[in-house]
Design a protein around this ligand. Structure first.
Ligand SMILES: NC(=O)c1ccc[n+]([C@@H]2O[C@H](COP(=O)([O-])OP(=O)(O)OC[C@H]3O[C@@H](n4cnc5c(N)ncnc54)[C@H](O)[C@@H]3O)[C@@H](O)[C@H]2O)c1
Length: 695
C-alpha cells in the first residue's frame, strides 16, 4: 500500500517517489546514462551549443553547464555575434574562487568559442557534432525563430531549448528552459516541454533544479517578478513616491527590491525584458499586467531606476499605518490576483509556484505561503481593496474561487511532504531554511503518518528543491530581538517538534542528502534515532558566528548521545562554528557516512528494521557532569563572539546538568535571553532586521 500526503515534486519530473529512492537504494537516474542519451555515447559524444554565449544568460549558463558536463567529455560551443564584448572571460575569477585554478582552467579549456554573422552557421561547427542547443539570444520572437530554422536545417536531429523569459513554447516552436538570475549560480530552470525529456532529467542529475511549468506567457517567475515591479510602478503613479523608497517598503513587505534588481542586472536589458513580459501578458490578460508609461519610457532609454546616492534625500519620513495599509493593498492585491490567475491556469505544482518566488525572486515567503498566512477571506478583501484603488485591474483574470482550496494538502503542505509504503514513512522538506511554516507542516506530516499507523520514519530533504539544509530562517527571530518570551516560544515550539521524531516513532532516521546540514536543521535531524549523511556533506553549528545561542537542543542533545571522550569535539563545534566533514563526524555526531548509494541503503536498513548488528547510540536522559569548558579554542578578538561563546558554554553546562525532561526549557530560556542581548541585536540578525524591517 503506497500513499502520500500530496504528490512529491520529484514525480513532476518523472523520477518517482522519494520512498523508491530509499527502497531501491539508488537515485532514479544516473548522470552518465543521461549524458549518453542526450549527447551520444563515449565514442560518438556530441556537444552542447549555447548561442548568445557572450550575453548575461549565455555566459552564466556556459559556466554552470560546462563545469558539470566537462567531466563527461561533452564539449561546450559558445556561439556569438561579432563585436560583442567577451561575456565568458569575466567569470574566470569567480570560477577560480569556487573550484580552484586547475579545475577552472580545465573548464575554460573545454569551451570552444565561435563567431558568426547570424545568418549562416560556421562551417566547422558540424565537426563538434552539436546535439543540444541552448538558445540565449535576444527576446525577439522572429529572431529566435529564424535562429531555430538555421540550426534545424544544418542539424536536423538537434534538441533545442530556449531560455526565453516569457514566450510560450507554442509560439517559439521549441521547448523552454528558462533560468533564473544570477545565471552562473542560480540552479532553478523553469521547464516547458510536452513530456519530461532526458535533458531535464540530466539537469536534475547534475544537481540543478528543473521545475516543470505550463506553457503560458511568462511562466511563473516572471509573472511574480515583473508583476511585483509593475505593482511598485502603479503605486508610484498613484503617490509619486520615488522608486528607491518603494523598494524599501517592498523589501519589508515581500522581500525583493525589484527596482534595485533591475539596475544590478543591468537596467538596459532588464527594463526591456520586464517590459516585454508585461506587454505580452497585458495583451493576453488585460490591465492587470499592462506596463506603465514609466516602463515604456525606460525600455527605450535603458535608464537606471535609482538616482545616484547623493541625489537621494537625507531627510526621509516613514509612512503612517494607514498609508502602509494602502501600500499593502496595492502590492499584495496585485500579487494575489496574479497568483489566482496562475492557480486557475494550473501553471505548476503548488510547491513550485511557491518556491520559485523564494528561490528566484527573493520573496521572504513564497506567494502561496503569503496567501495562506492571511487566509482566504483577507486575501480576497485585499484584492478587492486593490480594485478600489486601481479599478482597471478588476476587469479580467480575477479568480477568487481558487483560494477556496486552501484547506487541501497541496496548499497545506507547500514545504513538507510525507509518503509511506505501509511500513516505512518518508518525510521530505523542500526548504533550505527552517521556519514556522516548515515547523507547522512537519507536525502535520508527522500527525498524518501516525494516523496511518506508521512507526518507522525517514526525515530528509526532498531530492529536488532543497539541495542543502542551512539552518533556521533568521527572519523568524526578528520578534525575539526585543521580546524574550517570543524567543522562548520559537525555541520551545521547534524543539517540541524535533522531540516528536525521538518520542513518537519506533525508529526514526535522519538523512543528510545534500551538501550541508547546519544549525537548526542539524539540531532537528539529530533528534532522530539514527543520523546518516552522504560523505561529501558538511555538518556544523554556525550559530556562534551570528551570534545566537542554538535553540533546538543542540547544546545538550548531542552530548547525551555521544561517549564522554567525544564531548570536546562537540564543545569545539559549538564554540567555533567550524563545519565538520560528515565522515569525520561518525560516532560522535552521526551514525554513518558513505557514498550516496551506500548511504541510501543504510538508511533503508535502519528504517525498515534490518539494521541488526548496528547498535543505536543511546540517549542519556539523566544529568551529565564533566563537560569540558576549556578545549583550547583561542580567544577571539570579537567581543560578540566571546560573549556568545560564554553564553553557549553556560547553556551546555546548564542544559546538560538537568535531566532530559527539564533540558528543553533550560536551553530555550538561554537561547531567548541571548537574543535580546546587545550582542545579538547588533549582530547579523539585528542588522538584517534593521535593513529590512526598520524602514
Ligand atoms: N537577463 C536575464 O536575467 C534573463 C533571465 C532569464 C532569461 N533571459 C532571456 O535570455 C535571453 C537573452 O537575454 P540576455 O539578458 O542574456 O541578453 P544579452 O543581450 O545579454 O545577450 C544576448 C546575446 O545574444 C547575442 N546575439 C544576438 N543575436 C544573435 C544570434 N542570432 N546568434 C547568436 N548570438 C546572438 C547578442 O550579441 C548578445 O551577446 C532572452 O531571451 C531573455 O529573455 C534573460
Amino acid at each position: 500500500m503506497r500513499k502520500s500526503l500530496r504528490q512529491s515534486t520529484l514525480q513532476t519530473l518523472g523520477l518517482g517517489s522519494v520512498t523508491d529512492i530509499f527502497r531501491n537504494g539508488r537515485l532514479p537516474v544516473d548522470a552518465g546514462d543521461l549524458v549518453d542519451r542526450v549527447f551520444g555515447g563515449p565514442d560518438d559524444r556530441g556537444s552542447l551549443v549555447i548561442s548568445g554565449a557572450n550575453g548575461i544568460v549565455g555566459a552564466g549558463k556556459m559556466m554552470q553547464l560546462t563545469s558539470r558536463l566537462e567531466p563527461f567529455g561533452v564539449k561546450s560551443i559558445g556561439l556569438s555575434r561579432p563585436r560583442t564584448a567577451d561575456g565568458i572571460g569575466p567569470h574566470y575569477p569567480g570560477l577560480v574562487a569556487a573550484v580552484g585554478q586547475e579545475r577552472a582552467d580545465r573548464i575554460m579549456g573545454n569551451i570552444v568559442r565561435m563567431t558568426y554573422d547570424g545568418t549562416s552557421l560556421p562551417a566547422d561547427l558540424g565537426k563538434w557534432r552539436p546535439r543540444f542547443l541552448l538558445e540565449a539570444i535576444p527576446e525577439i520572437l522572429e529572431i529566435k525563430k529564424a535562429h531555430y530554422r538555421l540550426f534545424r536545417a544544418a542539424f536536423p536531429g538537434i534538441e533545442i531549448r530556449s531560455v526565453t523569459s516569457g514566450f510560450p513554447s507554442s509560439e517559439l516552436g521549441v521547448g523552454v528552459a528558462h533560468p533564473a538570475f544570477p545565471h552562473e549560480i542560480n540552479k532553478v530552470w523553469e521547464v516547458v516541454e510536452k513530456e519530461t525529456s532526458s535533458m531535464t532529467q540530466l539537469l536534475w542529475a547534475l544537481g540543478l533544479i528543473p521545475v516543470p511549468v505550463s506553457d503560458d506567457w511568462s511562466f511563473v517567475l516572471d509573472v511574480l517578478f515583473c508583476g511585483l515591479t509593475l505593482a511598485g510602478l502603479e503605486y508610484h503613479r498613484a503617490t509619486n513616491m520615488p522608486f528607491w523608497k518603494i523598494d524599501k517598503y517592498l523589501r519589508k513587505l515581500v522581500g525583493p527590491n525589484p527596482f534595485r534588481a533591475h539596475d544590478v542586472i543591468g537596467a538596459k536589458g532588464a527594463n526591456s525584458l520586464t517590459w516585454s513580459c508585461l506587454h505580452h501578458l497585458g495583451e493576453k490578460y488585460g490591465a492587470l499586467f499592462r506596463p506603465t508609461p514609466e516602463l515604456d519610457e525606460r525600455r527605450v532609454t535603458g535608464q537606471n531606476w535609482y538616482p545616484l546616492n547623493h541625489f537621494r534625500p537625507l531627510v526621509n519620513w516613514p509612512m503612517d499605518d494607514e498609508a502602509e495599509a494602502e501600500f499593502t493593498a496595492w502590492i499584495q492585491g496585485a500579487l494575489f490576483q496574479m497568483a489566482s490567475l496562475m492557480l486557475h491556469e494550473q501553471r505548476a505544482h503548488l510547491s513550485h509556484i511557491n518556491a520559485i518566488g523564494e528561490l528566484c525572486a527573493q520573496f521572504r515567503r513564497g506567494i502561496l505561503a503569503m496567501i495562506r498566512s492571511v487566509g482566504v477571506e483577507a486575501a480576497i478583501k485585499n484584492v478587492e481593496a486593490y480594485h478600489r484603488l486601481h479599478p482597471e485591474a478588476a476587469g479580467s483574470c480575477w479568480y477568487p474561487a481558487v483560494f477556496e482550496q486552501l484547506g487541501s494538502p497541496e496548499w497545506q503542505q507547500l514545504y513538507v511532504n510525507a509518503e509511506h509504503d505501509g511500513r516505512v514513512g518518508v518525510v521530505t522538506i523542500s526548504r533550505e531554511n527552517y521556519h514556522n511554516d516548515v515547523d507547522t507542516e512537519l507536525n502535520r506530516a508527522i500527525d498524518w503518518l501516525k494516523a496511518e499507523g506508521i512507526a518507522n520514519v525517514i526525515l530528509t530533504g526532498d531530492f529536488h528543491l532543497a539541495t542543502q539544509m542551512v539552518g533556521a530562517d533568521i527572519s523568524e527571530f526578528f520578534p525575539a530581538l526585543d521580546d524574550a518570551e517570543a524567543g522562548r516560544r520559537v525555541a520551545r515550539t521547534w524543539s517540541a517538534t524535533a522531540r516528536r521524531l525521538y518520542d513518537e516513532f519506533k525508529v526514526s532516521v535522519g538523512f543528510v542528502n545534500g551538501k550541508r546540514c547546519l544549525g537548526g536543521f542539524l539540531e532537528l535531524l539529530m533528534h532522530c534515532h539514527y543520523l546518516v549523511a552522504v560523505e561529501d556533506a558538511v555538518l556544523g553549528m554556525p550559530e556562534v558566528t551570528l551570534p545566537v545561542v542554538p535553540g533546538m537542543e543542540g547544546c545538550h542533545w548531542p552530548f547525551r548521545k555521544a561517549n564522554r571522550p567525544q564531548w570536546p569535539k562537540l564543545v569545539r563545534m559549538l564554540l567555533t562554528g567550524a563545519p565538520v566533514k560528515a565522515q569525520d563526524a561518525v560516532d560522535w555526531l552521526i551514525d554513518y557516512s558513505g557514498p550516496m548509494q551506500d548511504s541510501l541503503q543504510t538508511v533503508w536498513r535502519f528504517a525498515s528494521g534490518g539494521a541488526a548488528g548496528l547498535t543505536m547510540r543511546k540517549l542519556d536522559e539523566g544529568m551529565l557532569k564533566g563537560v569540558p569548558a576549556d578545549i583550547g579554542v583561542s580567544v577571539s578578538d570579537s567581543p560578540a563572539t566571546e560573549a556568545a561563546r560564554k553564553a553557549i558554554m553556560e547553556t551546555i553546562r546548564d542544559s546538560c546538568g538537568v535531566p532530559l525532561s527539564e533540558a528543553l526549557d533550560v536551553q530555550a530560556r538561554h537561547s531567548a535571553d541571548f537574543t535580546v542581548s546587545s550582542f545579538c541585536r547588533e549582530g547579523s540578525i539585528g542588522a538584517e532586521h534593521l535593513r529590512t524591517m526598520m524602514v
